[in-house]
Ligand binder design. Structure first.
Ligand code: GSH
Length: 215
């Protein structure tokens, strides 16, 4: 099998939706390479393969898949262990919580992108974390085994963790020990360490400053 091309942007690296795909490639030991595009001035070839103009996009032997959800589901079929179960009820449960993870992701992304995060109102995020903590079953969301829910949750959670470390005065994560442990379990995984690179938090905060999103 030829290496998989993951097309992503050149800012806020690793962009969280792309980050999910990269973690999954690492978990599954898939050969991949990254192509970065300027999202401010998207090349024509990219617009032709990404109908919504969004990254990430997967390209492989003339096959194109866009949207991190579709890409992750496709990649999950490549090798075992499958992170999405075949049993239809379990599959539906995973999809439900992947949707919930996306809700947390959107909440975090929205707060970051609106700027002035230091004064942001985190009431809804707090509530979502509380619900999450009640349903989290163990070291990973569903217990002992990693699932796509964990990978979906992680990418934006890393943004929030970096913000809590560097600029926010109160920690929401610390209020939910099960989420705090989950986060540290995730950060210990080889796939996550490799795709975060060195000094993830520092780079992320520097980028936010560069885009005037934090003082
Ligand atoms: N639902 C999409 C969301 C992807 C998305 O929002 N990508 C953003 C970067 S995080 C993007 O491409 N922004 C560039 C633009 O809007 O021009 C997915 O899961 O892949």
């Amino acid at each position: 099998m030829k290496p998989i091309e993951i097309i992503t942007g050149d800012t806020l690296y690793p962009a969280p939706f792309t980050h999910r795909v990269l973690i999954l490639c690492e978990e599954k030991n898939l050969q991949y390479f990254i192509t970065q595009i300027n999202t401010e001035q998207k090349p024509e070839w990219f617009s032709a393969i990404s109908p919504l103009g969004l990254i990430p996009v997967l390209r492989m032997e003339n096959k194109i898949v866009f949207d991190s959800h579709s890409i992750c589901e496709y990649l999950d079929t490549f090798s075992k262990p499958h992170l999405l179960p075949l049993d239809s009820y379990k599959y539906a449960q995973h999809k439900s919580w992947m949707m919930f993870a996306d809700e947390i992701a959107q909440e975090i992304a929205q707060k970051v992108k609106q700027g002035n995060i230091i004064q942001a109102d985190f009431t809804r995020l707090n509530l979502l974390f509380e619900i999450l903590s009640k349903h989290m079953k163990g070291e990973y969301f569903f217990g002992k085994e990693l699932s796509l829910v964990d990978i979906y949750l992680l990418s934006h959670m890393l943004w929030f963790d970096a913000l809590e470390e560097s600029v926010l005065s109160n920690s929401i994560i610390n209020q939910f020990p099960i989420i705090k442990i989950w986060l540290s379990n995730m950060k210990e995984r080889k796939s996550v360490k490799k795709t975060m690179g060195d000094n993830y938090s520092l780079h992320f905060i520097e980028l936010l400053r560069k885009y005037d999103l934090i003082p």
